[in-house]
Design a protein around this ligand. Structure first.
Ligand code: 1HE
Length: 264
């Protein structure tokens, strides 16, 4: 089911619903899924219109590359004031992805660079196919991060690595991205969606309140001083375990009706 596009003859984001999963696919392969403002807005519309039964998003991209980052054709005519507005338009959508109602699993292949990496860093679970490579070429283009990467990518791999990536134009392979903590899984070329569906099913099977706490409370706690973090955690834990669903799940385990944790 394609999402509508006000600005393009073919949708910039394709949307498909599969049970509790919404698959959102960047759809501009001829431009290597370069992210235009129109694409950002379309992504926003797709997220805002998700039906209530959706419990997880898979974010993916058509073609050989996840995303070549910012659509550079938007830069030449952009004033400083427009640039700030542009960044804030991205922030709004990326915030909705990271702190929205449902977790996001991202599947990446080929180039995941600049704004493409900033977008991927909003996801909660990142899967890279072995073809994926990661870079922040803003320095070479004479620009700077503007889609939240200085915050989000730095939180994932540390600002020292971001500094080195940006200064030197270094590109991480899929293996390096995994080692540095940029991704959670590396899979064979073409195997990303199968892995994403497997993980999405597990995520959708969690209690809604637990997923909420994981998505919304964990990042806040990470930014709080220890005493505040522990207080936030205890309150979140008390609320989560008070849900009837939590009681049922725990009672099912105690009655030996629930699955055990399996050895890795
Ligand atoms: C683009 C873009 C783009 C491709 N904006 N049009 N991002 C970059 O600096 C990465 C720039 N792109 C590349 O380095 C390469 O395109 C790729 C390595 C990703 C892919 O190479 P390739 O050989 O498969 O494709 P191509 O021939 O380079 O590109 C195909 C078309 O896509 C071509 O257009 P065409 O009309 O000549 O067919 C390219 O011009 C177009 N294209 N990438 C616009 N990025 C919020 S701040 C974030 C700041 C950033 O993201 S900076 C990083 C920008």
């Amino acid at each position: 089911m394609p999402a509508s596009s006000a600005t393009s003859s073919s949708p910039l984001v394709l949307q498909q619903l599969e049970g509790a999963t919404a698959i959102l696919e960047l759809n501009r392969p001829d431009k290597r899924n370069a992210i235009s403002l129109a694409m950002v807005r379309e992504l926003d519309r797709c997220i805002a219109a998700l039906p209530d039964e959706i419990k997880v998003i898979i974010l993916t991209a058509r073609g050989e590359h996840f995303s070549a980052g910012l659509d550079l054709s938007e830069i030449p005519d952009m004033s400083a004031a427009q640039g700030v507005r542009h960044s804030h338009a991205w922030y709004q959508v990326f915030d909705r992805l990271q702190f929205g109602r449902v977790p996001v699993v991202c599947v990446m292949q080929g180039a995941v660079v600049g704004g493409g990496l900033e977008l991927a860093s909003c996801a909660h679970v990142r899967i890279a196919e072995e073809t994926a490579y990661f870079g922040l070429p803003e320095g070479q283009r004479g620009i700077f991060l503007g889609g939240g990467g200085s915050v989000r990518v730095s939180k994932l791999i540390g600002f020292s690595r971001v500094t080195e990536l940006m200064l030197t134009g270094r590109v991480y392979s899929a293996a390096e991205a995994f080692q540095t903590g940029l991704t959670h899984h590396t899979v064979a070329p073409g195997a990303g969606m199968a892995k994403a569906r497997e993980l999405a099913a597990r995520i959708a099977g969690n209690a809604e309140m637990s997923n909420f706490a994981i998505m919304r409370a964990l990042p806040l706690i990470a930014e709080q001083p220890m005493s505040h973090g522990l207080m936030t955690e205890s309150l979140m834990a008390a609320i989560t375990q008070s849900e009837p669903e939590a009681k049922q799940r725990v009672e099912a385990f105690l009655a030996k009706r629930a699955a055990k944790v399996q050895r890795a």
